[in-house]
Design a protein around this ligand. Structure first.
Ligand code: FAD
Ligand code: NAP
Length: 336
């Protein structure tokens, strides 16, 4: 039998530290509790907000339904052959803790994704990625509760429809599934991905770097550049890097020879942080929300900001980037 908290503050449950309350709240550390809560919300027709670590959402108002925080724990593994091991983690496991656990067990591949905040269960939602690796590269399958039937359903990699910071769970499956477990296929022999210049450079002093060196380098690079949400509340990159056509890229490159851009299967990916910095937004503060000094793609709450303040500054940046460069910026975190 579950017992719901009422009028629960969510300020400490979201890394932007925005003030909002949930009319009802449950932290589920057992699968049965999660199922019961989902069933109750369905019966009562309460809106349901599924929460992990709150590191990729913007709360703009009190939530009138049930906020279900997924705290399911546990990691298990199954060796497949000499090359691969299958590792399953419950949705409430900390993502970074999981990456480090895998490294210590000698299960490799996720090192580039170290220090990303949040939970394992949220990792497929936007196919989390950093330094040239995305979870889709090592994802095998996941289990989720279908909110419309209450039944557990399995998703293969193809069924997840992973894309750049995207998946079916942000499109057709949005608000339909509660992910309970994710399974990865990891390497038993390390193969480092050093495609990102900053990483290769950080490891260039080592003759043959290993996965622990790679993990440490990612952690150090991120600590040097990104604000720690515990000190300076934020949700990481606020906008996705926009992908533009070759034609638009050529025009922009003529006008701005120093433009930072990378090839992309759908055109050319522009570094949104570069556009925002070039437009002079770095350090700008409005209503307690500021564009971070060390990385213009990150908006930080300097204290007392509300969700509407975050969206106002984001809107001003979007309008300016559209006017200056003709490029639309899409907000990455989910806005509630
Ligand atoms: P939440 O913020 O709690 O939820 C995000 C969304 O997922 C919500 O819509 C929620 O309803 C849904 N959700 C959460 N759990 C479940 C579940 N079990 N089932 C169904 N839906 C669920 N992201 C990257 O991709 N790469 C990065 O390098 C990166 N760096 C970051 C750095 C910082 C400093 C910060 C603050 C954020 C960063 N992020 C990055 C964004 C964020 O950490 C990830 O998106 C992360 O996966 C969010 O996890 P969470 O548990 O906090 O999700
Ligand atoms: P960075 O190294 O300064 O690079 C700036 C941008 O250039 C990044 O957004 C990255 O795109 C792109 N880039 C750099 N090298 C590339 C290459 N070799 N090939 C393709 N694209 C390249 O970025 P950063 O801010 O320090 O972040 C480092 C990594 O962590 C990035 O991968 C970034 O996505 C990730 N990160 C994500 C979030 C988030 O909330 N989503 C927050 C912090 C950091 P990509 O973003 O597509 O990789």
């Amino acid at each position: 039998m579950i017992s719901l908290e009422t009028n629960r503050a969510l300020r400490d449950e979201n890394t932007l530290h925005l003030p909002a309350r949930a009319l009802r709240f449950l932290r589920a550390d057992q699968l049965d509790q999660a199922r019961e809560a989902i069933e109750l919300a369905r019966e009562q027709r309460w809106p349901l907000l599924v929460l992990g670590g709150g590191s990729n959402l913007v709360l703009t108002r009190d939530f009138p339904g049930l906020c279900l925080q997924i705290a399911l724990a546990g990691i298990s593994h199954r060796p497949l052959d000499g090359e691969w091991v299958e590792v399953s983690a419950a949705a409430g496991e900390s993502w970074h803790g999981f990456v480090e656990h895998c490294l210590m067990q000698g299960w490799y591949g996720l090192e580039n994704l170290a220090l990303i905040p949040g939970t394992v269960g949220a990792s497929p939602i936007q196919n989390i990625g950093a330094y040239g690796v995305e979870i889709k590269d090592f994802f095998h399958e996941l289990e989720a509760i279908d909110r419309t039937t209450g039944k557990l359903r399995r998703f293969t990699r193809a069924q997840c429809g992973f894309g750049y910071r995207d998946s079916v769970f942000k499109r057709d499956g949005r608000d339909r599934y509660v992910i309970t477990q994710v399974t990865f296929r990891l390497r038993r022999k390390p193969r480092l991905n050093l495609a990102y210049g900053a990483l290769a450079q950080a490891l260039s002093h080592l003759e043959s770097p290993g996965p622990r060196d790679l993990f440490n380098a990612v952690v150090a690079l991120r600590r040097a550049k990104l604000p720690d949400p515990a000190q300076l509340p934020n949700v990481g990159s606020f906008f996705k890097n926009p992908v533009v056509s070759e034609g638009q890229f050529s025009q922009l490159k003529t006008q701005y020879p120093e433009l930072v851009a990378f090839p992309d299967p759908k055109g050319v990916k522009l570094a949104a942080g570069w556009l925002i910095e070039k437009a002079g937004w770095k350090g700008v503060c409005d209503g307690g929300v500021a564009v971070h000094e060390a990385q213009a793609l990150v908006l930080v709450n300097r204290g007392g900001a509300r969700g509407e303040d975050v969206l106002r500054l984001a809107g001003r940046i979007q309008a300016d980037i559209q006017a200056r460069f003709g490029v639309g910026l899409e907000i990455e975190p989910r806005v509630y």
